[in-house]
Design a protein around this ligand. Structure first.
Ligand code: NAD
Ligand code: WQD
Length: 347
């Protein structure tokens, strides 16, 4: 019996493979490599000192998925596969709805057909109503969702709703929806990490690419927010802590005999907010590198402050973050400085 890890070659997936292996779980990775490299799998194999079952394929391809379910006797799924760029989703919403929503529907159909009814799903803090995130931090799981600002966020919201309907229709489904806040950092080996294509949209890869000399300076989007230093505040979570939350979620689903008509929905964050300037300062301290920056206009669609109430994760999953802001920055730097071009030699 194995766990299917869709999108397991990607940033969060590859880190999760290590924690699953440490916890004794057996798994198969299914990924179309549209935003990742097989090198991540090779490097994880080195870390865990075990070969990994890898199947290249697209979650929208039911035939291919079905074959994998049969071949490996899949009994649970962690579903990372999806597209994740907010700006791309605004430009190309149909691609996002197809990949994320149709992809999830096909996966669920194949799961149901194969009587596989345990699922951990990668959701996002972006599902919370924008207005509430702005005014009512820390965000709790029961806060309203759905008033999102972009197609990417809507795909996550719609999928959450689909999963709720599925649980209602079939009490045998056991589903955990993890709402990630802002994943950053890398494995302490410095051999796997986040490898964005082109110019990074997210803060941490932009900071580390600036520190390594690939970017001239960081544009800080807005210096006039109502925060302690005027820059935006987020809940950054170390990717290894986040990876561990998936192990805890699986343990939870495996130990749960009681039937419920609802998915478990849990925030995965630290519960602490740091500003852009806090992140720059911490990064400079641990890396010994200067991160030149300029404060520019606010980025459209950004909010001032967003961080989690992470107490439910502790209560229900016995999970809490362990890594500090210094760990997040030091590990991002180790990955970036060892691999200035990510997994590709000529980026
Ligand atoms: P990533 O792009 O590094 O990993 C996603 C993986 O899925 C990639 O390896 C990609 O090749 C694969 N993939 C995409 N579409 C596929 C398809 N149709 N079939 C098979 N494989 C496919 O992204 P990540 O940062 O590791 O994110 C993983 C999940 O977590 C995503 O669902 C993302 O939306 C969600 N998430 C990410 C963040 C974040 O900031 N990184 C925050 C919240 C939620
Ligand atoms: C963080 C802070 C920016 C870049 C996004 C998605 C969200 C989730 C995580 C997937 C903000 C500031 C950033 C830069 C900057 N992804 N910033 N200069 O916007 O909180 O969340 O990624 O689910 O859905 O929306 O993350 O890293 O882009 O920004 O000043 O070059 O850094 O304004 O305050 P965000 P981010």
């Amino acid at each position: 019996m194995k766990i299917l890890i869709t999108g397991g070659a990607g940033y969060i997936g590859s880190h999760t493979l290590i924690e699953l292996s440490n916890a004794g779980y057996k798994f198969v990775v299914f990924d179309n490599l549209s935003n990742s490299s097989k090198k991540s799998i090779k490097r994880v194999e080195k870390i865990i000192k075990t070969p990994i079952f890898f199947e290249e394929g697209d979650v929208r391809d039911k035939k291919a998925l079905n074959k994998v379910f049969k071949k490996y006797k899949i009994d649970s799924v962690i579903h990372f596969a999806g597209l994740k760029s907010v700006s791309e989703s605004v430009q190309n919403p149909l691609e996002y709805y197809d990949n994320n929503i149709v992809g999830t529907l096909k996966l669920l159909e194949v799961m149901k057909k194969n009587n596989c009814k345990k699922l951990v799903f990668s959701s996002s803090a972006t599902v919370y109503n924008e207005v509430d995130a702005q005014n009512y931090t820390p965000l709790k799981e029961n806060f309203p969702t759905g008033v999102t600002t972009n197609p990417y966020g809507r795909t996550k919201y719609f999928i959450e709703e689909i999963l709720k309907d599925l649980c209602l229709s079939d009490l045998k489904f056991k589903i955990a929806i993890l709402r990630y806040f802002n994943p950053v950092g890398a494995h302490e080996s410095g051999t796997i990490g986040e490898d964005p294509n082109g110019i990074p949209n997210n803060l941490m890869p932009y900071i580390s690419q600036t520190a390594v000399g690939k970017r001239e300076f960081l544009s800080v989007f807005g210096g006039d927010y109502l925060t302690h230093d005027g820059t935006g505040v987020r809940d950054y979570i170390h990717v290894v802590d986040l990876a561990n939350a998936h192990v805890k979620a699986l343990n939870y689903l495996n130990s749960k005999n009681k039937q419920t008509a609802n998915p478990l929905i849990v925030n995965i964050g630290t519960g602490v907010g740091y500003s852009v300037i806090d992140m720059i300062k911490a990064f400079e301290k641990v890396s010994g590198k200067k991160v030149p920056y300029k404060i520019v206009q606010r980025r459209l669609g950004d909010i001032s402050t967003c961080y989690s109430d992470s107490s439910y994760a502790k209560e229900v999953l016995n999970w809490e973050s362990k890594k500090t802001i210094d760990d997040m920055c030091a590990d991002s730097w180790k990955w970036q400085s060892n691999n200035p071009n990510g997994y590709s030699k000529n980026k």
